[in-house]
Design a protein around this ligand. Structure first.
Ligand SMILES: C[S@@+](CC[C@H](N)C(=O)[O-])C[C@H]1O[C@@H](n2cnc3c(N)ncnc32)[C@H](O)[C@@H]1O
Length: 275
């Protein structure tokens, strides 16, 4: 099949970026990748994708902007509250027997989901022996996540989500409010390590009891999804848990036999014991 001119230009751009910077977008789902590149084109002063190539190769700032445009960082506290309720009721009780609990949020964006998990662990009496690793490849989002300061206008939604997720206290116990923003409490932040990690090129870095990677795999093609799911499987201890996003599943993936569903509907899975 003959490729369109646009596809040829995109292939050249992505190869150049991989060679120059080690960020490999070649196995991202094509339709949304194309949309985001075309979107970047409209805010740049270029008419064609091929004109972007020398710019991103020679100008690191231009590449940083391109990179930030490539990530969709939409997130919220207790996003899909019923998933967090199920983590509270079905997963955390099974982690109570461990003396140390490692949790990995891969693709944590600006960190709202990570603080939500810290709150759950606190309310279930597990935060003291837990450590949360929160990673993303987007430096700007990670900086926001580390700060843990969110717009006050989001607090109403987060409070509703917290209650739907079975919140046992008052959401306001977990942040200090001022007129414009809510700053998450240090006691939560102290249990979180925020770090840069690229799911495509970086390796497993610790043994995990629970891995959450929600709304990230949808941006990858099947080859990349399989590779990243294998990384999660390798990183989990035997009988560890994996939580994916609403539109992501393990059913047709390379690791389908490594996991059983806790809830297929909520995309929560548990690693099986192979004998
Ligand atoms: C839509 S956000 C998901 C945030 C959160 N997990 C949630 O579900 O609300 C997707 C995140 O995946 C990150 N991401 C995309 N590709 C990545 C990669 N190769 N390595 C690490 N993070 C990546 C993006 O930077 C973005 O922050």
């Amino acid at each position: 099949m003959i490729k369109s001119l646009l596809d040829i230009e995109i292939d050249c751009l992505l190869s150049a970026i991989t060679e120059r910077y080690g960020y490999d977008f070649r196995n991202y789902a094509r339709a949304s990748l194309k949309r985001r590149i075309q979107n970047y084109l409209t805010v740049s002063d270029c008419n064609h994708v091929s004109e972007l190539i020398p710019k991103v190769l020679h100008d690191k700032e231009c590449f940083a902007k391109f990179l930030s445009n490539m990530s969709v960082t939409v997130t919220e506290m207790f996003r899909d509250p019923l998933v967090f309720k199920s983590i509270r009721e079905d997963i955390l009780p099974k982690l109570k027997t461990y003396s140390r609990i490692n949790v990995w949020h891969a693709g944590c964006a600006t960190g709202e989901e990570v603080y939500s998990m810290a709150i759950l662990l606190e309310e279930e009496g597990l935060l003291g022996r837990a450590h949360i690793y929160a990673t993303d490849f987007n430096a700007k989002s990670l900086a926001t996540a580390k700060e843990g300061i969110y717009p006050a206008e989001n607090v109403q939604l987060y409070t509703r989500n917290y209650l739907k997720a079975g919140g046992k206290s008052s959401f306001s116990d977990y942040y200090q409010a001022n007129y414009e923003s809510a700053k998450m409490k240090d006691s939560l932040r102290e249990k979180i390590t925020f770090a840069s990690h690229n799911l495509i090129s970086d390796q497993v870095f610790a043994e995990m009891n629970l891995v959450l990677c929600r709304n990230v795999l949808i941006y990858f093609d099947k080859v990349l999804q399989d590779r990243v799911l294998e990384l999660f499987s390798d990183s989990l201890v035997s009988r560890g848990f994996l939580v994916l996003g609403d539109k992501e599943a393990i059913k047709y993936s390379i690791v389908k036999d490594d996991f059983e569903a806790v809830s297929e509907r909520l995309k929560t899975y548990r690693k099986v014991l192979h004998v």
